[in-house]
Design a binder for this molecule. Structure first.
Ligand SMILES: Nc1ncnc2c1ncn2[C@@H]1O[C@H](COP(=O)(O)OS(=O)(=O)O)[C@@H](OP(=O)(O)O)[C@H]1O
Length: 716
């Protein structure tokens, strides 16, 4: 690192009392073994071999168990070790052949240069180093809420009655399951397995297996039960009526068998219908089982498992679900694909171990078969809990799915609203789409006209639909002309709702919602759903736009706007909590072009965006439309013969069958001109934004509207 860079970093760390983390790697061909770290009294040894790795006493450790050690049998000789002295404390200690102890991870107490550091002599491949890294993060961030020692574990056993003969649990397995549950309570207070049932398959095995089913029912009270479908049906294939009927059947089974269904929790066989959302399944679940919590592995995608998240849709809390590496067909140790060592590795500091460490709540999916034959699941969890107990101070706990859902969304409130994606672009999601949705035709827009408001966006949209190869979303009853999916409450209605709004398949399908441009979530949400869409942004003089927006409020008899004598009064409001101030901000927001553009450019490339000058659109719409349709690769269309100026309206209108069709009264309103003082005030407010927009357009060799040239020239 360059010296000045290092100095800057040190200055920052001192000023804000932030510790530095640094990772040092061995240079394999370097002959030098013992090296002094530049600018410090610290000595390090490189290309070393260690026999033992021990967690040293240090206030940094919260998760790691102090004193825990393991002997290393590998012959790797690329460890970096640090000499321990009074200014440096060992966090993780390596013992070398002759018995010397040196630090593998070291805490520099900052006595020499005022900057505390945690120095790692190895990357994060070793599990002890990984846990130490988590400890160091916790120590540096001091964030009890983010880390903490409590970890909640839920183990679901899906399909307790489903499965071919000779794969299912028998009486002895059930007895074993009950005693394992009791035994697991040594690690996890109150631990209970959750059993998922499809009643149709009860007593569907051989005699021994049928007896197993019966014993399970006799001991039903010992477990928590949750429903699947009656016949393990794939929800995505069925409509509400059918789903309702099979859920009722399964519920009757539960009633007849006196199964305790203590929680409003359900799991869909193979996750079908949870994500991508099958609205009708959500409705049936709510109606028949009052479901409020479920879990899936599919959101946002099956893999990577570390990226799984939760969301809430239609009142149902969807929690992320984890796999423990055991599947329906894995029933024997010696038949495990790629060898059972894989599972053991995962338990002993591998994926499974870190699943629990990194997730406050882990909901594991297993299947009945994993408790039959070699009972791989019991082996796996027993060893996992033991391993965690041995190496960490983690407190394993159990709670109901309802409590987990509450806790999860309190911890991760930002996950409440799902980030919808296009199910047709993920083959796995496409395969489990409900019948009401289809990928056989295009049903998402290629183009979004994103505003901002009051820039002529409605006129642009209405002119664009004149082109025979273009269609717009259908009208939404009760909405303000626009679909406003990515910027408001409609987003909660989900993908199916949005897709259903584009019934016509044309070369270009578009929707225009002028509220998108300055909405904080719209760019991210639009990019997740239609990443390849093109965008249109209309550049209107922000002063004029703000005034038009205020007139819009007056026309809608907004009480705050009405009670203020003029826009000037609103602009003078400074108290950030007042209703007037909120209107002020909304009024100005759309005109801050570069500020919002930055957000869109985080998710879309500049090549995907077409800018239109609002003045030009008003004066020469046909020209603007021709250039837009050229950018959209549409066949040429004589817009000029389909658009005509209406002297009575004072604007251009569509010409349909020889008659002019103008926009309604709310577009092109009649109101008094803005005063010179107000204009100057608004120009002043937008001066910096305008100059930023000017620079942005010039830098990217984009056309600069006349109003912007003028606005910037006047300020200069
Ligand atoms: N051809 C045509 N017909 C009618 N109106 C036109 C037209 N071209 C541009 N304009 C200007 O569009 C302004 C309304 O902008 P929007 O459609 O973007 O408004 S909205 O945000 O969707 O409500 C509207 O603002 P106001 O004049 O304040 O009503 C018009 O100035």
């Amino acid at each position: 690192m360059a010296r000045w860079n290092r100095q800057l970093l040190d200055k920052y760390c001192k000023e804000y009392r932030v510790p530095l983390f640094s990772f040092i790697a061995s240079k394999p061909n370097d002959q030098l073994k013992r090296i002094r770290i530049k600018g410090s009294s610290l000595w390090m040894w490189q290309n070393q071999r260690i026999n033992r790795l021990t967690v040293s006493p240090s206030p940094i450790h919260k998760i790691s168990k102090i004193g825990a050690y393991r002997n290393l049998t590998t012959q790797e000789s690329d460890w970096i070790l640090f000499e321990i002295s009074e200014n440096f404390e060992s966090i993780l200690t390596g013992t070398v052949k002759n018995g010397y102890e040196r630090a593998v991870v070291l805490r520099d107490l900052g006595r020499e240069d005022g900057v505390e550091k945690v120095i790692f002599g190895r990357n994060l491949t070793d599990f002890q180093i990984k846990i130490t890294f988590l400890d160091a993060l916790w120590w540096a961030m001091g964030d009890e809420k983010l880390f903490g020692l409590d970890r909640f574990v839920q183990v679901d056993i899906d399909d307790v009655f489903v499965g071919a003969q000779s794969t299912r649990i028998v009486e002895e397995d059930v007895r074993h399951l009950i005693s394992a549950q009791n035994h697991f309570r040594n690690f996890i207070e109150n631990f209970k397995f959750l059993l998922g049932f499809s009643g149709s398959y009860f007593r569907n095995g051989d005699d021994f297996e049928d007896r197993g089913d019966e014993i399970l029912i006799e001991n039903a009270e010992k477990f928590v039960w949750f429903p699947h479908m009656w016949r393990h049906n794939h929800a995505h294939e069925h409509n509400f009526t059918y789903l309702e009927s099979i859920m009722v059947q399964n519920r009757l089974f539960a009633q007849n068998m006196h199964l305790p269904i203590d929680y409003p929790y359900a799991i869909a066989p193979q996750h079908d219908g949870v994500f991508p959302v099958h609205e009708q399944m959500y409705e049936a679940w709510k109606k028949i089982w009052n479901v409020t919590v479920t879990a899936t592995e599919e959101y946002p995608h099956l893999k990577p498992a570390t990226g799984r998240k939760g969301f809430i849709h239609s009142g149902i809390h969807v929690l992320p679900r984890q796999t423990c590496g055991l599947y329906t067909h894995t029933q024997f140790f010696d038949e495990y694909p790629e060898g059972f060592q894989k599972v053991i590795k995962s338990i002993q500091g591998g994926d499974l171990f870190f699943t629990i460490l990194l997730n406050p709540i882990s909901i594991f999916m297993t299947h009945q078969q994993n408790y039959a034959h070699d009972r791989l699941a019991l082996y796996t969890f027993e060893n996992l809990f033991r391993f965690l107990n041995c190496w960490t101070n983690i407190r394993l706990k159990w709670q109901s799915p309802v409590e987990s859902a509450k806790m999860y969304f309190e911890k991760f409130p930002e996950e409440r609203i799902p980030l919808w994606t296009n199910p047709c672009s993920d083959p796995r999601h496409q395969a489990i789409l409900p019948p009401s949705m289809s990928c056989s035709k295009k049903s998402l827009p290629d183009l979004l006209i994103i505003g901002p408001q009051k820039t002529g966006s409605t006129a642009l949209a209405s002119f664009l639909t004149l082109h025979p190869n273009v269609s717009q979303n259908m009208e939404i009853p009760g909405s303000f002309e626009e679909i406003q999916f990515f910027s408001g409450q409609n987003y909660l209605k989900g993908v199916e709702w949005y897709m259903s709004k584009f019934p016509n398949e044309t070369t270009v399908i578009f929707e225009k919602s002028a509220t998108y441009f300055d909405n904080p979530s719209a760019a991210r949400q639009a990019a997740a759903m239609v990443p390849h869409a093109k965008l249109v942004i209309i550049l209107q003089n922000p002063t004029q736009r703000a005034y038009s927006w205020f007139q819009h409020l007056i026309a809608h008899k907004d009480p705050i706007a009405m009670s203020s004598e003029s826009l000037d009064v609103i602009l003078n409001s400074t108290s950030s909590e007042s209703a007037k101030f909120k209107i002020r901000q909304r009024c100005l927001s759309g005109g801050r072009y570069v500020h919002h553009l930055d957000k869109w450019l985080e998710h879309f490339s500049l090549q995907q965006i077409h800018f239109i000058d609002s003045d030009e659109l008003r004066k020469e719409p046909a020209k603007v439309l021709s250039s837009l349709s050229k950018w959209l690769d549409l066949p040429e269309f004589p817009f000029e013969t389909h658009i005509r100026f209406s002297p009575s309206k004072g604007f251009h209108c569509r010409l349909i069958n020889g008659k002019t069709e103008c926009l309604g009264e709310s577009k092109g309103r009649k109101y008094s001109e803005m005063s010179q003082e107000l204009r100057q005030k608004l120009d002043g407010i937008f001066a910096l934004d305008n100059s930023a927009l000017f620079k942005f357009l010039r830098k990217n060799r984009l056309k600069i509207p006349d109003w912007l040239e003028e606005a910037v020239r006047i300020r200069v």
